[in-house]
Design a protein around this ligand. Structure first.
Ligand code: AMP
Length: 174
């Protein structure tokens, strides 16, 4: 099972959710247990010895990858969610979108000061979401060790928004 085998299971959906966007659909990968398992292993591998205490996964496709990665690293799993979804005391970060703003929330008791955190999402696009996630983790005095993505859209240069961060991505689209 090579990286190319995994890439073959990502479906491009043009003009979703709006015209001009090519949506990277990971559901064919999720259907194939061997390929999904391999993708999770490869996303986890760079951080195996990084003493990760918490895996922060970003709603909603990040949850699908973050959960098996947290189990593989024997780390706690933290859902970072859109506003209004988490029931207990929350921290919040707002970030700019093309039009307007969005926000992410995390339970205050999900990370402790000094916790070593890995941030997981399916796609790194412009980097705005990942940068906001890191800000929220750091606002709780935890340490962002790095990010692991299944897919990086290199042409959107999200890495520039995450300067100084450790970023791993399995599949690259140029
Ligand atoms: P960004 O903040 O621009 O890096 O966008 C990242 C978030 O939007 C991630 O949570 C992705 O799931 C989602 N996303 C952005 N672009 C795409 C795309 N082309 N296909 C699938 N998901 C995307």
């Amino acid at each position: 099972m090579t990286v190319q085998d995994i890439a073959r299971r990502i479906r491009d959906v043009p003009d979703f959710p709006k015209p001009g966007i090519v949506f990277k659909d990971i559901t064919p990968l999720l259907l194939d247990a061997t390929a999904f398992r391999r993708a999770v292993e490869l996303m986890t591998a760079p951080f195996r010895r990084a003493k990760i205490a918490r895996v922060v996964s970003i709603e909603s496709r990040g949850f699908l990858l973050g959960a098996p990665i947290a189990l593989a690293l024997k780390a706690g799993l933290v859902p970072m969610r859109k506003p209004g979804k988490l029931p207990a005391e929350r921290g919040r970060v707002e970030y700019a979108l093309e039009y307007g703003t969005d926000a992410l929330e995390m339970h205050k008791d999900a990370v402790s000061a000094g916790d070593r955190v890995l941030v997981v999402d399916d796609v790194l696009a412009t980097g705005g979401t990942a940068a906001a996630a890191a800000k929220l983790v750091r606002a709780h005095s935890a340490e962002v060790v790095g990010f692991t993505f299944l897919i990086e859209l290199d042409f959107l240069n999200g890495r520039a928004r995450l300067q100084g961060e450790r970023i791993e991505a399995l599949l690259h689209y140029t």
